[in-house]
Design a binder for this molecule. Structure first.
Ligand SMILES: [Zn+2]
Length: 429
C-alpha cells in the first residue's frame, strides 16, 4: 500500500488559503469542508456553511471580499461539516436588520435533522471515532440537533430541481442521491461553476464509510454524468481544492462515475453468480483497475474502494453474509476463544503469532492474538501482556502502512485501547 498521501489529506481538509475566481465574484473558502459564496448585484448566495468550529474564519474570508447581504444559503446536505457553521452570517443579518435569507435544502435534510434529535449522542460517539485524530478528546458534540438552521425552501421527494435568479445570475439546484439521500448540487451557467457538496471530494467517494448508513453508488455515478453534461469550467468539491478547467472537471467527473459503475456492476454480477461476501470482497480487491488506483481524485485517503465493496453488498444483501450456518446464531467470541485455549496453551498461540508476524502475515497474526486477548483469564497477566504488546506492535505497523484516514483512526483507536489495558495490567501486578 502506498503510504500517506499526507499532502492529499491536508488538501482534503482544506488547510490552504481561500481563493476567488470569475473576477472575484466567486469566493472559495476551504475550512475542513468547502463554502462557495457567489457575489451578485443583489446580494450573496452561499453554498454550504462550514463546520461550526470554523464558521468565523469562513465568514471573515467572505467578508474580506464583499460586504453585500446574504440572500440565500444552500445546504448541499445536512452533515455537520456542511450545515452548522452559519452563526456569524445570521448574527450579521440580525445586527444590520437585513431580511433573513432563504435557506434551501431537500426534505430528506429536514428528516435528517429530526433523526439527529433522537440520535445526538450516538452520532457524537461515532464521529469521535471516525475523526479521532482531528477532534482529539474534545467534549463538544460535533452535531447538535438543537442548532440546525431550518430550511425555508424545501425540495420535495418528487422534485428533482429548483431554480432562482439573483442579480443577473441563474442558480439551478438539482437533487441526486449518492453519499446521502438529501444531496443537492448547484449549477450556475453565468459563473460556469458546479458546487457538488460531498458528491465530489478529493478522495475515492465516501460510499462505504465503515461508521455510517447506506449510501448509493449507482445513483452517484448517474449524478456525476448529469454534472458532466453542464460542461463546467469550475468545480467546487465538498472537500479539497477547487478544480479548474473544462478538461479537468470533465476528467474527475468521468473517472468517478466510471469507478462507481465498476464497483456496483462487478458486485451485482457476483451476487448473481451466487457468491458470498468474503469471496466477492477478495475477488474485488484482485480486479481493482490500475487506472483507478493511479487517479488522484480516487486516492484512498478518505473514502476507499475497500469500503465501497461493503456498501454495494449491503445495498442488496441481508446481514447473513457468509453462507455458513455456524454464523447464524453465533456464540460469544470470548467463549469461542476460551475453547481454543483449552486445545493449546497461550504460549503456543503467542509463538505462532510471532512467527506469522515475522513472515509479514500481520492480519493472520492479529486473529491468532485475539484468541489469547479474548479467551485468557484476567489473572494470566503474563500471556495477556505478551499478546497485547505484539498486537500493539502490529497495529503500529499497519498504521504506518495505511493511507486511509478512517482506517488509520480505527487502527489508532484500537492501539490506544491496548495501551490503556497494558497500563491496567501493569498496575494490577
Ligand atoms: Zn463533508
Amino acid at each position: 500500500m502506498v503510504k500517506k498521501v499526507s499532502d492529499g489529506m491536508s488538501d482534503f481538509f482544506g488547510w490552504f488559503p481561500s481563493t476567488t475566481f470569475e473576477n472575484n465574484t466567486c469566493i472559495f473558502a476551504s475550512n475542513f469542508a468547502n463554502t462557495c459564496a457567489f457575489d451578485t448585484e443583489d446580494g450573496l448566495v452561499i453554498f454550504d456553511v462550514p463546520i461550526r468550529q470554523f464558521s468565523q474564519k469562513t465568514f471573515d474570508e467572505v467578508r474580506k471580499i464583499t460586504s453585500k447581504p446574504v440572500k440565500y444559503i444552500i445546504l448541499s446536505h445536512g452533515h455537520f461539516d456542511h450545515a452548522f457553521g452559519y452563526a456569524p452570517f445570521i448574527e450579521e443579518i440580525k445586527k444590520n436588520g437585513w431580511d433573513m435569507p432563504e435557506v434551501i435544502a431537500h426534505e430528506n435534510c429536514v428528516k435528517r435533522f429530526e433523526k439527529y434529535d433522537i440520535l445526538d449522542k450516538y452520532h457524537d460517539w461515532i464521529n469521535k471515532q471516525q475523526f479521532s485524530s482531528v477532534f482529539k478528546g474534545g467534549n463538544d458534540s460535533v452535531v447538535s440537533a438543537s442548532e440546525t438552521l431550518n430550511p425555508t425552501i424545501i425540495l420535495k421527494a418528487n422534485q428533482s430541481s429548483y431554480s432562482f435568479k439573483l442579480g443577473d445570475v441563474n442558480f439551478e439546484i438539482y437533487h441526486d442521491i449518492g453519499e446521502t439521500d438529501d444531496s443537492l448540487w448547484l449549477w450556475t451557467p453565468e459563473k460556469k461553476t458546479i458546487c457538488t457538496g460531498d458528491l465530489m471530494v478529493s478522495s475515492f467517494p465516501n460510499v462505504g464509510n465503515p461508521f455510517k448508513v447506506q449510501r448509493y453508488p449507482k445513483d452517484w455515478a448517474i449524478a456525476m454524468e448529469k454534472m458532466r453534461e453542464k460542461n463546467a469550467e469550475y468545480l467546487v468539491p465538498g472537500h479539497g481544492r477547487l478544480i479548474e478547467g473544462k478538461e479537468n472537471v470533465r476528467d474527475v467527473l468521468s473517472i468517478t462515475a466510471e469507478a462507481m459503475h465498476f464497483v456496483h456492476d462487478e458486485i451485482v454480477k457476483r451476487l448473481n453468480e451466487g457468491k458470498w461476501f468474503e469471496q466477492i470482497y477478495h475477488e474485488m480487491l484482485e480486479i481493482y483497475p490500475e487506472k483507478f488506483k493511479k487517479h488522484k481524485i480516487l486516492s484512498d485517503i478518505y473514502g476507499s474502494y475497500r469500503f465501497a465493496i461493503h456498501a454495494v453488498y449491503r445495498l442488496y444483501h441481508g446481514w447473513y453474509n457468509s453462507g455458513n450456518p455456524t454464523d447464524l446464531f453465533p456464540s460469544k467470541t470470548d467463549d469461542i476463544a476460551r475453547e481454543f485455549l483449552r486445545l493449546n496453551s497461550e504460549s503456543e498461540y503467542i509463538k505462532h503469532a510471532n512467527s506469522l508476524f515475522s513472515e509479514g502475515k500481520l492480519q493472520l497474526a492479529l486473529h491468532i492474538l485475539d484468541i489469547i486477548i479474548k479467551g485468557s483469564d484476567e489473572q494470566n497477566t503474563e500471556a495477556l501482556t505478551a499478546a497485547l504488546y505484539l498486537k500493539l506492535k502490529i497495529l503500529k505497523q499497519k498504521i504506518k502502512d495505511e493511507s486511509n484516514f478512517m482506517a488509520e483512526n480505527i487502527l489508532q483507536n484500537g492501539a490506544n485501547q491496548i495501551k490503556e489495558r497494558l497500563k491496567e495490567l501493569k498496575n494490577s501486578t
